[in-house]
Design a protein around this ligand. Sequence first.
Ligand code: AMP
Length: 498
Amino acid sequence: MSNLYQVFRDRFDLSHPLLIDAEGETIATYRDLEQRSAQFAMALTQLGLKPGDRVAVQTEKSIAALYLYCGCLRAGLIYLPLNTAYGAHELNHFLQDATPSLLMVDPARADDHAARSILTLTMDRLGEGSLTKLAEECPTSHSIEPRAPDDIAVIVYTSGTTGLPKGAMISHDNLISNAQTLTSAWDWTQTDVMLHTLPIFHVHGLFVGLHLPLLSGCAIIFQPSFDAAAVRTALAHATVFMGVPTYYTRLLSQGIHQKDCEGMRLFISGSAPLLAQTFQEWEDATGTVILERYGMSETGMNTANPLDGARKPGTVGPPLPGVECLVVNDASEALPAGETGNLWVRGPNVFQGYWQNVEKTAESFTSDGYFKTGDLAVVDDDGYISIVGRSKDLIITGGLNVYPKEIELVLDAIDGVMESAVIGLPHPDFGESVCAVIVSLPEVDLTAELIYDQIKPLLANFKTPKKIFFIQNLPRNTMGKVQKNQLREQFSDAAHNP
Ligand code: AMP
């Protein structure tokens, strides 16, 4: 029997600081976590919720939201985090699909949901609201509901490869095994201090960003969102920072330097590709080397560059202990090092399937238990994996495969190019044509001609973009992922106009 909260509880020391502020002062201890999460577990139980019921949570990041998460775990409820950016209408799909017994929203949004037949309670950005009030009246001790290893702890909605978002069912054991693997791979101890600025509606901030500190019983500096200036101040009291690549580029543009990072032992990046250029600029500016890792909602973390040993830019490192990664061609045959193909993953971290979607679940797994990630990858001779992109972003032009990343690397190396995204747009002859969207550095007057002069000698004709578009910023979601579907929509009409 394994409840994730029980595993934390067995390890943490009640008197140790759980949350500290940017000056290092204690805001809450692990005793507060133990007592406040018990109160939330009790309040939820008194409302009639039973183990296995879903609790949909769309609240701002707050300390109370962390206690609520742990309260759900200990009551055996299934936690369903929702992006705070979704409007009431966008929530329809999740609520109809997951049929939660309780919806948690910001008080300002409660009226938007008044017509729903689902119990709706509130919590605001300060952690106050109707559920918090109920919890405050409850006793500060509560049992921890025993859970079978594959009982579901969290459902995370993800678009995966195609279609409407699907609910990835993540079990207590999936979360326990991944947290234990990473704690040991990254040498977490109680003396660490995690600087947490990620949102907690996504696996990066919720699982990696919280489970590792909770499992090692260390302190967390819990900032409501990423703010480069606030991060630079707080680094003085932190030892580990996790971020999406955009956080690192923003810190660099704010002039971060070695002195800011003196007490830091580890900077971790993930959720989107970290450019080799950012990796290098970060090392030059701070004297520290970012550790890039790769994971996804359905699997947690799969691979990571090593703590000791070479961290190779542009790679996500070898598979983590206990995780198997396989690169295969479209005929499901394993490919040798150096060849790009579909990435499959197997291990105790891999989820239990999609909520009430037997068909999609069956399609996503091989008969021997590998999950088809939908990512394209290549392994080098040392076993380090590089993610080449999502398979849905692969461009097939005149029957030939073009991997956007290869072209993006060539474009990014051009003087004056800040970043680029290569997409396939419909083409009457070729099916798709390769097109590039470029963000140039401020005050640089780049033209398509200047770019063509430099790339033509480097790229075969079929890989050379047929059109080059310039744009101010690439559209990104909150996790820093470039939204190529938006670019495809934006430029599809322009693609073949002269
Ligand atoms: P999500 O389920 O939102 O966490 O998104 C998972 C996807 O993000 C993966 O399937 C990858 O396409 C991408 N991803 C995560 N980490 C990395 C990384 N370090 N480099 C490149 N892509 C990444």
